[in-house]
Design a protein around this ligand. Structure first.
Ligand code: GLN
Length: 484
């Protein structure tokens, strides 16, 4: 049962092969047995989940069907859930219980989904390994000594380990795609604006985007269909209705031209990742795809620009955690002392580092030199992609330069950690949709993802090509055995 995709679970529920209550109990008992090893969840909600499952069964008995009726999923813990604590894996929000649901959660519920719990992340989604969680790191189900990636590491590990049928994560610089690559699951960051950010705890508002982590491309299409689309509560939400992704997948796939940016396939890429990904090129060509070398000349500047823009926006967004309105408050003498103590004790090291970097970059006299310059670089990167998409339909790059690394390997060296997002960050700066597709395994048995990037709002094209490639690759995606 743990191998079933979300779409298959949906079909089995429709056929009555099992009930929502049965599949929910199955996942809950698996979580109880195996999550102590993986630690994907920060909060599990068995009672609420079972109540939602019984309600789904009741509706189905009345002849109702909805896109996710009775399907058990999880949600990253920086997405607000009404009445259910939403911590962002931070001490400062340890006891924060939102009074409202994020739009995506509201839509999951309206579609009939069962929410099993909230998944672990790097504090405020800042990190690439889930080791920055204030509570505990999550482990990679393929090798428990390794990181699951981050920041949506809990979501990726939960899907990879068969501890939910699908999950929602968030991606500001790679946080859906990189953990998907490390976990052998599909991770899809939609175009900026495709999915409402209402109720997503803000990290860098001009980059943040919610998206699905799933076992298959079809599942990603279904989850996006449910949570995406216009939302008047998010002013950056794209006003056009979404295409019908599943109908697109049902049609034969067209031949496409794929660009291989020479800047992304050069030095810095580990040989084990390269050899897995290059073996996919042949499959692309067998499907009638054409491969073409292209150039994204400003790619090397994406990482430095991101590490100005993202911390700058974060420093502003995180100013609201002052011990007054939400969550943790340290007792102090004066008001100013209370602010200082609350923020010193409430935030972890990486979050403080970003707040300091960002505050500096935005300070008087430096704004133009840092934030202004980084914004110009961002425009150059966006133009690079626009030019490339005049020549090709889609772009292929690695997701991450290496497979999952060991816990502790990069925690002492933030720059090394930042570098693991070198291929994913440009996509956020340009606001484009991109998907991490499981492409194969290294000799050591670690999954490797291929990044497929599409023009803005071309999710249908991207999903259709990824779906065809997934079928042709026909990989066995586990889950790996975690039983003793
Ligand atoms: N690893 C990147 C960072 O730490 C991206 C994180 C994200 O996408 N949320 O900023």
């Amino acid at each position: 049962m743990e191998r079933l995709s979300l779409t298959e679970i949906r079909r089995q529920l429709q056929k009555g092969a099992f009930s929502a209550e049965e599949i929910t109990k199955f996942y809950l008992s698996r979580i109880e047995r195996l999550d102590p090893k993986v630690r994907a969840y920060l909060t599990v909600t068995p009672e609420e989940a079972l109540a939602q499952a019984r309600e789904a069964d009741r509706l189905r008995a009345q002849g109702e069907d909805r896109p996710l009726l009775g399907v058990p999923v999880s949600v990253k813990d920086n997405i607000c859930t009404r009445g259910l604590r939403t911590t962002c894996a931070s001490k400062i929000l340890e006891d924060f219980v939102p009074p409202y649901d994020a739009t995506v959660v509201e839509r999951l519920k309206a579609a009939g989904a069962v929410i099993l719990g909230k998944t672990n992340l790097d504090e405020f989604a800042m990190g690439s390994s889930t080791e920055n969680s204030a509570f505990f790191p999550t482990r990679n189900p393929w090798d428990l000594e390794r990181v699951p990636g981050g920041s949506s590491g809990g979501s990726a590990a939960a899907v990879a380990a068969g501890l939910c049928a699908g999950s929602l994560g968030s991606d500001t610089g790679g946080s859906i795609r990189q953990p998907a690559s490390f976990g052998g699951v599909v991770g899809f960051k939609p175009t900026y604006g495709r999915v409402s950010r209402y109720g997503l705890v803000a990290f860098a508002s001009s980059l943040d985007q919610i998206g699905p982590l799933t076992r298959t491309v079809e599942d990603a299409a279904l989850l996006l269909q449910v949570v995406g689309g216009p939302d008047p509560r998010d002013s950056t939400s794209y006003p056009e209705p979404q295409p019908h992704y599943l109908e697109v997948l049902a049609k034969p796939v067209s031949k496409a031209k794929f660009g291989l940016p020479r800047e992304a396939w050069g030095e810095g890429l580990s040989e084990e990742v390269r050899s897995v990904l290059e073996s996919v090129f042949k499959v692309v060509e067998d499907l009638g795809g054409e491969l073409k070398e292209i150039s994204l000349p400003h790619l090397a500047y994406a990482l430095p620009a991101y590490y100005i823009i993202a911390p700058a926006e974060a420093s502003s967004n995180l100013a609201r955690y002052d011990g007054v309105k939400y969550g943790f408050r340290a007792e102090g003498g004066s008001l100013i002392e209370m602010y200082k103590k609350t923020r010193s004790q409430g935030f972890g090291r990486e979050v403080k580092r970003r707040i300091m970097l960002g505050t500096y970059a935005l300070s008087a006299g430096y704004y133009e030199a840092y934030y202004g310059k980084a914004s110009q670089v961002r425009t150059l990167i966006k133009r690079d992609f626009e030019r490339a998409f005049e020549e090709v339909d889609l772009i292929l790059t690695p997701v991450s330069p290496t497979p999952a690394f060991k816990l502790g390997e990069k925690t002492q060296d933030p720059l090394q950690m930042y570098l693991s997002d070198v291929y994913t960050i440009p996509v956020n700066l340009a606001g484009l949709p991109a998907l991490s597709l499981p492409a194969g395994y290294t000799g050591g048995g670690l999954p490797v993802g291929l990044q497929i990037i599409a023009p803005a709002f071309s999710e249908s094209l991207l999903l259709a090509q990824a779906y065809a490639l997934e079928k042709a690759l026909a990989l066995d995606l586990g889950p790996p055995s975690l039983e003793d």
